[in-house]
Design a protein around this ligand. Structure first.
Ligand code: HMH
Length: 209
């Protein structure tokens, strides 16, 4: 049996549901989230995306020729995304020179550790990280202001297509992966799921000043 992105979702529905469903997101949808919670997420996610960009750069370095185009487009989108985060933080007068919280730090360390893994494992983790936000931000239904653009950033059709391409690339790499490496890919998927749930929880627990 060859592992695929789809089979991972089928084998681990609870882990994936916890990664993509959270009171933080339903709180955005219902308008009950406090600004301290949202602002904490915004600053910490900016720090996350900076390190995530470095990770995608390393995945590109390990990629076969056929995958370079998609990853390069992903990096281009991340350049825009970092500028967008900076603009959103400025609108809210948030200080981006904030230290990462332990959960953000843990996620960044996980991403750094992936560089020692085979490409198929890196590609699986990359897909899972992007798919988590693609699904998570869309699940509660249409987001009211001021969250509409946040939901749209990771829920728009172009991003959804990109996530499908990442799944195809991961699946293609997994076809030739040994059973041992497939087990590592499954472990990486589960780590992403756990870290995603923890990241939402970190922001949700932010105290209202
Ligand atoms: C925590 N996971 C987290 N932040 C993000 N911006 C993404 C995933 C992007 O998909």
């Amino acid at each position: 049996m060859v592992l695929t992105c789809q089979s991972l979702l089928h084998t681990h529905p609870n882990a994936w549901s916890q990664a993509t469903t959270h009171p933080f997101l339903t709180g955005c949808h219902s308008g009950t989230l406090h600004s301290a919670q949202f602002n904490t997420w915004l600053v910490q996610d900016y720090l996350f995306v900076k390190d995530f960009t470095r990770m995608v750069g390393r995945v590109l370095g390990a990629a076969p020729d056929a995958d370079i185009d998609v990853l390069l487009a992903g990096l281009g989108a991340l350049k825009d995304e970092l500028l967008w985060f900076e603009a959103k933080a400025a609108e809210r007068s948030l200080d981006l020179a904030t230290p990462p919280q332990p959960t953000c730090q843990r996620y960044c360390e996980f991403m750094a550790s992936l560089t020692n893994q085979p490409y198929s494992v890196q590609a699986t983790a990359l897909w899972a990280i992007e798919y988590a936000y693609n699904q998570g931000w869309q699940r509660p239904g249409p987001m009211p202001e001021p969250y509409t653009e946040f939901a749209d950033r990771w829920g728009n059709p172009g991003f959804t297509d990109y996530v499908h391409l990442l799944a195809t690339q991961a699946d293609d790499a997994l076809v030739t992966a040994s059973p041992e490496v497939q087990t590592q890919a499954e472990a990486a998927f589960l780590q992403v799921a756990e870290l995603e749930a923890a990241f939402w929880q970190m922001a949700f627990e932010a105290a209202n000043p």
